[in-house]
Design a protein around this ligand. Sequence first.
Ligand code: DGI
Ligand code: FE
Ligand code: FE
Ligand code: FE
Length: 186
Amino acid sequence: MSEAEIRERIRNALSPYRFQHVEGVVQTAERLSIQYGVDAKQARLAAWLHDFAREWPPEKLQAYSKPLQLPEEYRSMPELLHGPIVAHYLEEWFQIRDEEIANAIYYHTTGRPQMSIFEKVICLADAIEPGRVYPGVEECRILAQESLEHALAVQFDGTIRFLLDRKKEILPLTVAARNEFWRQVG
Ligand code: DGI
Ligand code: FE
Ligand code: FE
Ligand code: FE
């Protein structure tokens, strides 16, 4: 499937608002990939695909996540399922057999310890694309010019703060990723 065909499939799967977000992630992922020395073509593909299942209803997300055997805590946080689902079905749905792309999509929401540079580029592009507006986004954009880890550390603090304020559950993986980013910043 060509990039143009993938773009059309994504456009059909998402609301105009979300598609605009994805276009922003593609542009930002390409820029960060060049800056941090990972493959730009792969980064664009991962970015196009990362939110393919983002607007599915919870029941559909739960159904498609069955074969993935995720830890129990994902059950109560359906907004964490869209990445793992697309990663799992990447080859079947898009004929893409690429472990780096699959991992970057899988972990784009939660992060994880020991993320590759490629995974960090996709995760950060998702957070700082031009359409994003939240407290601290400008600081993250500036930090991204110097350090993926520093930008992600601040970004994950923001996500965790957001979840705490709303009394939401926090996935241990998200906390582990956050701790490691700060450790890497020193
Ligand atoms: O899909 P996007 O909206 O572009 O962004 P995303 O995939 O990074 O985040 C999706 C949602 O998941 C967002 O509202 C924040 C939330 N989230 C991230 N980490 C956690 C989380 N939600 C819970 N409950 N727990 C987490 O650890
Ligand atoms: Fe997402
Ligand atoms: Fe994210
Ligand atoms: Fe996204």
